[in-house]
Design a protein around this ligand. Structure first.
Ligand code: NI
Length: 182
């Protein structure tokens, strides 16, 4: 296990699409080790999710987990989910504004509109095909992480940059003003 270095905004790797993995690649020992390292890195930095691009690896792998997260104390829990080659399809036209942060955009928060329900199709770490209908916070994180794998960050999805805030000012002026999310 190893804690990986996280790329910050401006590093080109965050703007490049990651490539899909074949079933054989998913099961390869080096991929399994990488998934373990991605999970450990997400937990070390209290991320709600982490995509491979964020640790300088252009492969379609991301991890999601929320359990008593100090960065998102009010967020509902999400069990550890490893998503490989994920595809997100909106299940509704309904969009909801919520606060997001990102380990690659340190100490910032901004309001991002996201679909409130999405179908998430992916391979798990055993290579099995999974289809999960995700709602609300889980849907938000799934959209955020899948965006990373396609070379997008949450700033690209903001309709209005006026909410973009440093964490200290966010806590002072914005916390509780709108529903919190990631
Ligand atoms: Ni992020």
């Amino acid at each position: 296990m190893a804690i990986l270095k996280v790329a910050r905004l401006g590093h080109p790797v965050l703007r490049q699409p990651a490539r899909p993995l074949s079933p054989e690649e998913i099961l390869a020992p080096e991929t399994q080790q990488f998934i373990d390292d991605l999970i450990e890195t997400m937990r070390e930095y209290d991320g709600a999710g982490l995509a491979a691009n964020q640790v300088h690896v252009l492969k379609q792998i991301a991890v999601i987990e929320v359990q008593a997260n100090p960065r998102y104390p009010d967020a509902p829990e999400i069990p550890l989910t490893v998503i490989i080659n994920p595809v997100v399809t909106p299940l509704t036209d309904e969009m909801e504004d919520g606060w997001e942060g990102c380990l690659s955009v340190p100490d910032m928060r901004g309001v991002v509109p996201r679909h409130t329900a999405v179908r998430l199709e992916f391979h798990d770490r055993e290579g099995a095909r999974q289809v999960v209908d995700a709602k609300d916070f889980f849907a938000r994180v799934a959209q955020h992480e899948t965006d990373h794998l396609n070379g997008h960050v949450y700033l690209d999805r903001m309709r209005d940059l006026s909410t973009l805030s440093h964490i200290a000012e966010w806590q002072r002026y914005w916390l509780g003003v709108r529903e919190q999310g990631d």
